[in-house]
Design a protein around this ligand. Sequence first.
Ligand SMILES: [Zn+2]
Length: 143
Amino acid sequence: MSNHKMPERHAFTLFDTIIDTIRGTRKLTEDQVRVLHELLGTLILDALNFLDNEAVIRHQCGPEAKRIAYSIADGERTVLCFIYPRYCSCDSFVSKTLCQRSELMCCHVLAAILYDALDHNQPKRIWDEDSFGELLFDWTVPA
Ligand SMILES: [Zn+2]
């Protein structure tokens, strides 16, 4: 875990700039990983692990993707998160990001953001409005 305590706003701006660059090139360089590690500590390693293991799936509501959620298979459980707004159903996000404000985000949201920025051509699931609503209501993803 990095001990750098950057002012939150500055850290977010820097993070967004890096993600924009990744989105522009569809590539993640070692330098970017290094800066992300400074900002987020070991969360970046967890997130990259999820990507390597193809643990991220994009779920969209309707073919035009009016709403988008991401599921991440994390060991025994699958968590669901959003990029806009940044939100995750895991304990770490609720305690460390929302309550203590000690982390910018959790490893799941980070994995979803990187997945989106890198535009992985990996499986996505398209749901109709009702099923998507149920997905969000239950916060679980049916197999
Ligand atoms: Zn999470």
